[in-house]
Design a protein around this ligand. Structure first.
Ligand code: UDP
Ligand code: MG
Length: 143
């Protein structure tokens, strides 16, 4: 089954939005299969955002994501990657629709509250970055 890795970023955790964000994803009928809170170090952050290594915002991104704890979670479901990306809204909260997580809670393009995998292939790598195989739980999601 397809998986997606999400991170509640520091601005989400610090403003007490973790539960709200997880609720929005659970309410889509998606199955939460792993979750942990952590304070990412530079090595982990650079690995997670390696694709952006050469972007001008890379250092700010790594500094931000390591500035305070985050919550990492894995959701599972059909088309889960696309469904979560839609629920998140555009990268820049100024351009995200109301009713999306970033549109409702994002502060600016850096402090945009949530990370979500952008493809099933990326998701598989990102899940492995934050979780061990044995951390992924199996159960039936009731509707
Ligand atoms: N980002 C930024 N400035 C930019 C583009 C992106 O600070 O011009 C940050 C933003 O927080 C974003 C993250 O870098 O969530 C990763 O960028 P990506 O293009 O992968 O956006 P996402 O997949 O998170 O929507
Ligand atoms: Mg991305």
């Amino acid at each position: 089954m397809e998986k997606s890795l999400i991170l509640v970023k520091p601005d989400g955790v610090e403003r007490g939005l973790t539960g709200t964000i997880l609720s929005r994803l659970e309410e889509l009928g998606l199955k939460l299969v792993a979750i942990r809170m952590l304070h990412a170090d530079k090595e982990l952050a650079e690995r997670h955002y390696a694709v952006h290594r050469d972007k001008p915002f890379f250092n700010d991104l790594v500094n931000y994501i390591t500035s305070s704890p985050i919550v990492a979670a894995v959701f599972e479901g059909e088309d889960v990657v696309n469904r979560i990306r839609k629920a998140c809204g555009a990268t820049d909260p100024a351009k995200s629709e109301k009713g999306t997580i970033r549109g409702d809670f994002g502060l600016d393009i850096g402090r945009n509250t949530i990370h979500a995998s952008d493809s099933p292939e990326t998701a598989a790598i990102e899940v492995d970055t934050f979780f061990a195989g044995g951390d992924i739980c199996q159960y039936t999601r009731m509707r």
